[in-house]
Design a protein around this ligand. Structure first.
Ligand SMILES: Cc1cc2nc3c(=O)[nH]c(=O)nc-3n(C[C@H](O)[C@H](O)[C@H](O)COP(=O)(O)OP(=O)(O)OC[C@H]3O[C@@H](n4cnc5c(N)ncnc54)[C@H](O)[C@@H]3O)c2cc1C
Length: 419
């Protein structure tokens, strides 16, 4: 007589990736008629905490790039490894997944996708209703303190120091919590260097004084980190109370996350405010303004892409009186303007948190995960998804997409694990 066996699945972490994995797990088990018991252990009292606060409370669910190769370009770490997972579940699938459950997503001009309600509660309610429909057990205040491998291949979880739970398959989806890295390490995994990503730069310089809120639509940025390599990024830039922010700068912080940590966030950033490709182009632009405004104050005629307040601040940095006429501007003064417009050197003296979205880079070593299943290559029956893995994206919905994708793949395979 065949032994009746119910599959028991434990998911550690009731965040974005863990919950999404649990739903996929339940869905595929139903489809294949597998008797399954899915438990999600969440250390805190609330599920989906980051989803709730994400995107300023609107939840930037994904990004509307539906070509997988292009999508992968937005991951400073994990770009190569995500190619095959995205071929199975990518941004277009996320859009469809939510649509089938009555949640429509819209995209903004920069490609970021949000629920049309503009509220992260829509996403949370959708997940919660689905979990209830499938009878997934969502257990809060269950802090998983340890995982032990048993001789029969099963995994034993110690919860809150008082409970033990034995299971066939475990998914670690603990985000960037140090405990998750420790659990993985204890089961034989290596953890790569952890560093904050998506941060803004602290800079004190005359050119930025009294200008918070001033933005540039297409600035070109070169980051030179002492003793490390240089990084380049182009796009919108914003002056803040403490230095620089905006999409281009946040991307730069993601590309250079580890190198910046190594130098304690000291670096030099060279800003080309107008984003013109060649110095010649800026020279020509200044010559045109000079020639057609000879009798005008230099403070009144300036490149139309810049604000008057920024231009005046630039003149202060160049030590040029804004009251002089363009015809009085010397060659040396013109050169100072050119340099500060095209290659303005600023000292980065530290970092600040970006409130909208921040992540950690680093985590479980990519070489130790089978990206076809998200199963550990070191410990059978153990799976990973979300930020606990050494994968992180730039700002714009890429971090959630990798969390959904890895969760979906782990969830698709865990019911078939043969322990
Ligand atoms: C303010 C903010 C806004 C953001 N906005 C966006 C956005 O708009 N778009 C985007 O793409 N990304 C955004 N992100 C990043 C995104 O939230 C994360 O990349 C994503 O949540 C990672 O999902 P995860 O499931 O791996 O981790 P999490 O969502 O962090 O979930 C991990 C869960 O595991 C639990 N846990 C940890 N250890 C244990 C344990 N030992 N036992 C039990 N439970 C445990 C934690 O309590 C937590 O609930 C934002 C991040 C922040 C901080």
């Amino acid at each position: 007589m065949k032994e009746y066996k119910q599959k028991i699945i434990a998911i550690i972490g009731g965040g974005a990736s863990g919950i999404f994995a649990s739903l996929r797990c339940a869905e595929i088990a139903k489809e294949k008629n597998i008797d399954i018991n899915i438990k999600v252990f969440e250390a805190s009292s609330k599920f989906l905490k980051k989803v709730r606060i994400s995107g300023g409370g609107r939840c930037n669910v994904t990004h509307n790039i539906f070509e997988v190769n292009d999508f992968c370009l937005n991951y400073p770490r994990g770009r190569k490894e995500l190619l095959s997972p995205f071929q199975k579940f990518q941004a277009a699938d996320t859009v469809e997944w939510f649509k089938q459950r009555g949640v429509k997503l819209k995209h903004e001009n920069d490609g970021r996708m949000f629920p049309i309600s503009d509220s992260s509660e829509t996403i949370i309610s959708c997940f919660m209703e689905e979990a209830e429909k499938y009878g997934i057990q969502l257990l809060n205040k269950k802090n998983v303190k340890n995982i032990n491998k048993l001789e029969n291949g099963k995994l034993s979880l110690s919860i809150n120091d008082s409970e033990t739970f034995i299971t066939d398959s475990v998914l670690i989806a603990t985000g960037s919590m140090p405990k998750g890295y420790e659990l993985a390490k204890n089961l034989g995994h290596s953890i790569t260097e952890i560093a904050p990503s998506l941060f803004t730069f602290k800079i004190t310089d005359t050119i930025l004084e009294n200008l918070p809120g001033t933005s540039f639509s297409n600035a070109a940025l070169t980051l030179k980190i002492y003793g490390e390599r240089s990084f380049y990024e182009k796009g919108p830039l914003l002056i803040t109370h403490w230095g620089l922010s905006g999409p281009a700068l946040l991307k730069l912080s993601a590309w250079a996350a580890r190198e910046m940590m190594h130098t304690n966030y000291k670096a030099k950033i060279i800003v080309n405010w107008l984003g013109l490709e060649r110095q010649d182009d800026v020279e020509k632009l200044l010559a045109t303004i000079k020639n057609s405004n000879t009798k005008t104050n230099i403070g009144k005629a300036y490149p139309k892409e810049l604000t008057k307040r920024f231009w005046h601040q630039l003149l202060i940095k160049c030590e040029i009186q804004k009251e002089i006429n363009w015809s009085e501007v010397s060659k040396n003064q013109l050169n100072r303007i050119l340099n500060n417009l095209f290659k303005c050197e600023l000292e980065v003296i530290g970092k600040s948190r970006f409130k909208e979205e921040f992540v950690e880079c680093g985590g479980v070593d990519l070489k130790e995960i089978n990206f076809k299943t998200m199963e550990s290559k070191v410990c059978p029956g153990l799976y990973f998804s979300g930020e606990v893995i050494d994968i992180d994206g730039i700002t714009g919905g890429f971090n959630f997409q990798s969390a959904w994708t890895a969760g979906w793949i782990a969830g698709s395979h865990m019911p078939f694990n043969s322990n």
